[in-house]
Write a protein that binds this ligand. Structure first.
Ligand code: TXA
Ligand code: MG
Length: 306
């Protein structure tokens, strides 16, 4: 069906979002991922492994990285560490950097990697800059015109991309917030993660415009009486009443984990109705709410870097 050995790509389910995967040691296979995603080649890919043992063949995991891997893997945490010289990973994967992003995903993709015996490079299975897919149907509609085998494992549990941290000798830098929060990391390591100071692209998933629907996005929307009929509304919490305008609620109970799992699917559904603008209710900046707000800010950012 899929021949990873000969460099084919396959869409894989993970607990975060669906990925577009191929053999990370095969430059042609990796080039195909960039081509299908229309992704700029300066933006490195995450390598998916099936545990610490495989990770250690490609990256240099210090004691902090090992502790994080042992605590949070398999799970939604990507750890950026120095790349081993002998790694054999295609330099397209790392975009020529001397570091590598490693993640052990949960579920059947981990089994697939174990069977293959090598890491799979896999960005989210969407065209560059667009909303990440959380169902096999999303992947299908993103790559309508391409031939692509999709392993369908239903909707993703988490619904937001993994947390990315860069680990140094004594510090941890948070490159992308996700379900594994800064507090969870600090509790395990006794190190408070810092945030990158420069605007330099360390994780280009941090590009300002990303995860963008076609409609314009307005955040922290509260003035429900002034909602234009051409607008759609992405709500959060119990005190939202659905109006004439197309509205969906991320979580009526105000549950941030449920909201994260619904975010991309609901954004896509509202966008498909063709509104000029999607208004989003305020989302609390706690726990996984930090990651939800991070993605929403990028969805709302000016669009020049699609
Ligand atoms: O949850 C996820 O992480 C999903 C699933 C499929 O695993 N993958 C994902 O991949 O979100 P992608 O390519 O959409 O985002 C990967 C991010 C990019 O922002 C990239 O810049 C960053 O990881 N990254 C990868 N390698 C890196 C490295 N060596 N240094 C810094 N950032 C890196
Ligand atoms: Mg992505």
């Amino acid at each position: 069906m899929v021949d990873l050995k000969s460099g084919q790509c396959v869409a894989i389910p993970t607990e975060t979002v669906y990925g577009l995967a191929a053999d990370a040691t095969n430059g042609e296979a990796v080039a195909r991922i960039f081509e299908m995603k229309e992704r700029p080649t300066f933006n490195p890919l995450i390598c998916h492994v099936n545990g610490v043992e495989m990770a250690s063949r490609y990256g240099e995991l210090n004691s902090i990285a090992l502790l994080l891997a042992e605590t949070f893997w398999p799970g939604p945490l990507t750890i950026v560490v120095p790349l081993l010289e002998s790694s054999g990973i295609s330099s397209l994967v790392t975009a020529g950097l001397d570091s590598i992003g490693l993640r052990h995903p949960k579920g059947i993709s981990s089994d697939l990697i174990a069977l293959f015996g090598k890491p799979l490079a896999a960005p989210s299975a969407n065209k560059s800059g667009r909303i990440s897919p959380t169902t096999a149907e999303h992947v299908k509609s993103e790559f309508e015109n391409e031939e692509l085998v999709i392993i369908d494992n239903g909707p993703c549990d988490v619904g937001l991309e993994s947390t990315i941290v860069k680990v140094d000798d004594h510090s941890i830098t948070m490159l992308r917030p996700g379900a594994v929060t800064a507090d969870m990391i600090a509790e395990v390591t006794n190190i408070s993660p810092t945030y990158p100071k420069s605007k330099k692209i360390e994780a280009p998933g941090m590009m300002q415009s990303h995860y963008a629907p076609d409609a314009k996005v307005i955040l922290n929307f509260k003035e429900r009486n002034t909602l234009d009929p051409a607008y759609a509304w992405l709500q959060f919490g119990p005190d939202c009443k659905e109006e004439d305008t197309k509205a969906l609620n991320l979580s009526r109970n105000g549950d941030l984990i449920e909201a994260a799992a619904n975010l991309y699917g609901m954004l896509k559904e509202l966008d498909a109705a063709g509104p000029s603008t999607i208004c989003v209710s305020p989302i609390p900046e706690t726990g996984i709410g930090v990651a939800i707000n991070d993605r929403l800010r990028r969805a709302a950012a000016p669009r020049e870097s699609h």
